[in-house]
Structure formats: structure tokens, C-alpha cells
Design a protein around this ligand. Structure first.
Ligand code: GLN
Length: 442
């Protein structure tokens, strides 16, 4: 830990690995990446015999302060240290056979050339039908649904297609890391409202006070990564009236909507007067345990869909054709599939939550998602990064330090996130390692 010239506390991830170090600077100060950083060095073809000419890595100013994503960092370290990876949120089991078979069939059937830019028509229709079932809203698959390469692309296309430089966008911290990076690409000013433990509820008065005449949108995520918080009806209604009064957009990331355990998921688009100002973002990855397929979508009224499609057209143009056909089959899954998914995840959640409590963590309640946030301070480590470092190197388990998800990293220094999207033996194995090697400081 050290201070920069303005006295801002900086932390550097000090793993002794060759990874590009990231630090937690969240200010406008410039950081120059180290010469020879692994990501973007240029090497001669025959590197073993020729002297290497290394140039400093280069990056446009709008991305200067962002580092290798925490998920990439932690999954790389998991492999390096042979640690059990409860960090990055990807299942270590496969998606359902009927969806995999549909993809194989689509490839065999020759569905392999570019898809229509905004989606294979059958998929746009399946998404609209699913949304109708979930929310009661009837949307036009042709004019109001855009298929993207994962929700992360839908987020980027939404920011780039609808947000102007200088617009203020309100985000709830802690937040998924791509929000800040894509808002930065769009030239937006990010305003953070912090959700605090134990219940991570929305400080409604603070939120109201944050709206100015430059505010363009509120970006929200329910069920919420990393905390597992689900926005209550009361919170959503307050956000909705704030948006209607001030003519704001809502960008709502709902990728964990099928992993809602403690309460029913509510799409803010379904509240009165909200559809016309809401972009609902979702994907296939979490619901069908196929995070690598990268099929996502944005649902929005035509006047907002236009901007999203313009950005999407020039970002990726179209999304993988056979995977889209398989997504059609996935979205037609019977209700029993979704019930079973939830039941399986509930069991996994119980194993992890019970285990973490027995290990000695203070575990915060998680209502949805496949994440749970804990307070690591009973173990006496200085901060979340130091704790995660210790956990990987000495215990052999990977968690995600949460300070990267805040505008002010200090706010996350006591919290780390574990995922339970792993098979039950893996979860039990991780708990066992922690029980044996993590000791509370008394
Ligand atoms: N959404 C996943 C998580 O929070 C990770 C996605 C990614 O690696 N970019 O763990």
C-alpha cells in the first residue's frame, strides 16, 4: 500500500507472478504500464536467439486506468497455483445436452454464415416470448430485441449507442467491472452510489440527491453481482419515479434473473411508464451454464433499440450463427428446467454458505446470483487483496477481492466474493482446505 501525490491510497496486487500487475487506482491520474508487460509486448519471431526489442505498452487515454480484468487475473492464478477456483463466475460443469445437440445440429445443417445483424429471427422471437412469460410485457421481436455477443457486448453497445460524452450515469457500487470501462469508452461521467452491508439496500435519498440536469441514465443490476442483493419492489418503484420525473433512462442488467432464490425477480421495465425508458440486458450464459457461448441481448423500445443496433453493427456486426440457433432451443426449455436449475444452485449455495460460516467468515445474505460476499477480517489480513493473495498461495482457494468493483476501493477492502457455480465436490473441497488452513486471529 502506498500513497500517490494527492494522498490517495493505492494498492498494488503484489503477486510474484509474471502477470501484468493491476492496481486499484480509480482516479484520473496517469499510470504508465511497466515496460515489458506481458500483454502487449512485441517480440521477434525467434525470441530464444534474438535480442528482444520491447516497447512500452500503449493504450488510448480512455482505457489508461483499467487493468487486466480481475477475473482474468484470478483465473490465471488459480491455474498457476493449482488452487480451487471460486473466483470467476463460470460453472465447472457443462450446459444441458439438448442445447449442445442443437448447436451441433445447426452446424451440420449449414447454419454457419453471418447471421442477420440484430439476430436470427427465430431467436429474436424466442427472446420476446421468454420476456413475455417472465414479465407479462409484449415486445416486438423485430423492432425491440437485439442479439449481441454476450451481455457484456450488449452493455457496451448500449453505452456506446445511447450515452454521449459528458453525460452522467449513476451506477451502484460494487459493480461489474465492464460498466465503468464501457462508460469510459463512451466518455460518460460515472457517479457511484454505494450499497453497503449487511443488506446492500439502495440509499434512496442519496440516489435522489445524485441526479443532476446532466444525468442521462441509471445503470442497475438485479440480482446483483457481486453481492447477491435483489432490488426490492419499493427500491424499483423509487428508481422508476425518479427516472420518470427527471426523464432518465434505466439500463438494467438482469443476467442472473433465473437465479433468484429468496424473492421473485422484478424487471424494472415492467413497472408502469418504464418500458419506454428501459434497456433490459440479459444472456444465455448463466441460465444455461454456457458462459463461453457469448449469446446476449438487449430489449428496448424502438427509439432506444436504434442506438444500440448502430453500436452493435460496428462492434461485432453479428453474433455466432449456430450458437444463436441453439439458443432458440434453450429458451424453449420447459419450466422444469428452470426449477431444477434453481434447486441445484440452492443446494450448492447451502454447501458454500454453511461451509464459509464454519470456517469463520461473516457471510452476508445473498438472495440471488451464484455469488456470496463475506467479510474476511476475522482472519487478520490487511485488506481484500492481501486476503485473496494469502488464500491462493497458502490455502489453495481463489476468491475475488471486491475493491475493484468500487469507485473508491477503500469501500471494498473488507469484502471478498466467492462463487458457488461449481460442482458440489469442488465446493466441499474448497471449504475443507479453508477449514484446515485458515485460522481466525483472536
Ligand atoms: N460475470 C463473471 C463474474 O462476475 C465474469 C465475467 C468475466 O470474466 N468477464 O465472475
Amino acid at each position: 500500500m502506498y500513497l500517490d501525490t494527492r494522498g490517495v491510497m493505492l494498492r498494488q496486487f503484489s503477486f510474484k507472478s509474471s502477470l501484468l500487475p493491476f492496481n486499484y487506482l480509480r482516479s484520473s491520474a496517469k499510470i504508465h504500464l511497466p515496460i515489458g508487460a506481458t500483454m502487449s509486448t512485441f517480440k521477434n519471431q525467434n525470441e530464444s536467439t534474438q535480442q528482444q526489442t520491447q516497447k512500452p505498452v500503449q493504450v488510448a487515454k480512455r482505457l489508461e486506468k483499467f487493468k487486466t480484468t480481475i477475473f482474468t487475473q484470478m483465473s490465471t492464478l488459480a491455474i498457476k497455483h493449482g488452487a480451487i477456483n471460486l473466483g470467476q463466475g463460470f460453472p465447472n460443469f457443462d450446459g444441458p445436452d439438448f442445447v449442445k445437440e442443437a448447436a451441433i445440429q445447426a452446424i451440420k445443417d449449414g447454419k454457419n454464415q453471418y447471421a442477420r445483424g440484430h439476430g436470427v429471427p427465430e431467436l429474436n422471437s424466442a427472446i420476446a416470448a421468454r420476456f413475455h412469460k417472465d414479465t407479462g410485457l409484449v415486445v416486438d421481436p423485430e423492432k425491440e430485441v437485439t442479439v449481441t455477443s454476450g451481455c457484456t457486448e450488449a452493455i457496451a453497445a448500449t453505452m456506446l449507442g445511447l450515452i454521449n460524452p459528458g453525460d452522467e450515469v449513476i451506477v451502484f457500487a460494487p459493480f461489474y467491472d465492464s460498466y465503468e470501462a464501457t462508460l469510459s469508452m463512451a466518455g460518460a461521467k460515472v457517479k457511484g452510489i454505494t450499497l453497503r452491508p449487511p443488506d446492500f439496500s439502495v440509499p434512496l435519498e442519496e440516489l435522489k440527491a445524485a441526479v443532476t440536469n446532466k444525468t442521462r441514465a441509471i445503470l442497475m443490476n438485479t440480482p446483483h453481482n457481486p453481492t447477491g442483493k435483489m432490488f426490492t419492489r419499493e427500491e424499483l418503484e423509487t428508481i422508476a419515479s425518479l427516472c420518470i420525473e427527471n426523464d432518465l433512462l434505466v439500463l438494467s442488467d438482469e443476467v442472473y434473473d433465473k437465479l433468484a432464490f429468496e424473492m421473485d425477480h422484478i424487471s424494472i421495465a415492467s413497472l408502469p411508464g418504464m418500458f419506454e425508458r428501459t434497456v433490459t440486458l440479459n444472456s444465455l450464459g448463466k441460465t444455461f451454464s454456457l458462459t463461453g457461448w457469448k449469446i446476449g441481448w438487449a430489449i428496448a423500445p424502438p427509439h432506444l433499440t436504434w442506438g444500440i443496433r448502430q453500436a452493435h453493427s460496428y462492434l461485432t456486426f453479428a453474433t455466432s450463427t449456430p450458437a444463436q440457433w441453439a439458443a432458440v432451443a434453450a429458451l424453449k426449455a420447459p419450466d422444469s428446467y428452470f426449477k431444477e436449475l434453481k434447486r441445484d444452485y440452492n443446494t450448492k449455495k447451502e454447501i458454500l454458505v454453511k461451509g464459509l460460516k464454519e470456517v469463520g467468515f461473516k457471510v452476508f445474505p445473498s438472495s440471488g446470483t451464484y455469488f456470496v460476499v463475506v467479510d474476511h477480517t476475522p482472519f487478520g489480513l490487511e485488506n481484500d487483496v492481501a486476503f485473496c493473495e494469502y488464500l491462493i498461495e497458502e490455502v489453495g482457494v481463489v476468491a475475488i477481492p471486491t475493491s475493484v468493483f468500487y469507485l473508491n476501493p477503500e469501500e471494498g477492502k473488507n469484502l471478498v466474493r466467492f462463487t458457488f457455480c461449481k460442482d458440489e465436490d469442488t465446493l466441499r473441497g474448497a471449504v475443507e482446505r479453508m477449514k484446515q488452513k485458515l485460522k481466525r486471529k483472536v
